[in-house]
Write a protein that binds this ligand. Structure first.
Ligand code: FES
Length: 139
């Protein structure tokens, strides 16, 4: 009778330890594998218009990743993901050439995010934005 109760108690303890170990190992693995975009999905970023002068670019964090606003010399404004579509490096803005360069494998993109040369298979993703009262709202 005492042995049976002891076995039951040990079984409950072992089950609790096993469940705790599974959570301790499984949760970090889940967090690592879960896409970053879901963390900030639906959030908006507001940037003052004067921070993006003609010919300039403004990099910022958006939806758990890096994005960029570009204003062409003619005044056209664009919002793009700054993540290269080849292997995910962050592109750089070459003001004098008015194009993006990916430093990892020399991929070149136009200010609209279209691939000019190099290995990127797709254009940079465009992001929705609105301009109102001197502010650019992305998302
Ligand atoms: S990661 Fe950008 S060109 Fe390879």
């Amino acid at each position: 009778m005492v042995n049976e109760e002891r076995r039951k108690f040990l079984g409950i303890c072992l089950g609790g330890v096993t469940a705790s170990a599974a959570i301790a190992v499984g949760y970090p693995v889940y967090r690592y594998l879960a896409p970053l975009q879901k963390e900030n999905a639906g959030s908006k970023v507001v940037i003052p218009e004067q921070e993006v002068p003609a010919g300039g670019a403004k990099f910022f964090e958006y939806a758990g990743s890096t994005a960029v606003l570009v204003r062409r010399q003619g005044g056209e404004l664009l919002a793009l993901s700054a993540v290269c579509t080849h292997l995910g490096c962050i592109v750089q803005w070459l003001k004098e050439k008015e194009e993006f360069l990916c430093p990892c494998h020399a991929g070149h993109y136009s200010p609209e995010g279209v691939v000019i040369s190099g290995p990127p298979p797709k254009p940079l993703a465009r992001l929705p934005f609105v301009v109102a009262n001197g502010a650019i709202t992305i998302g």
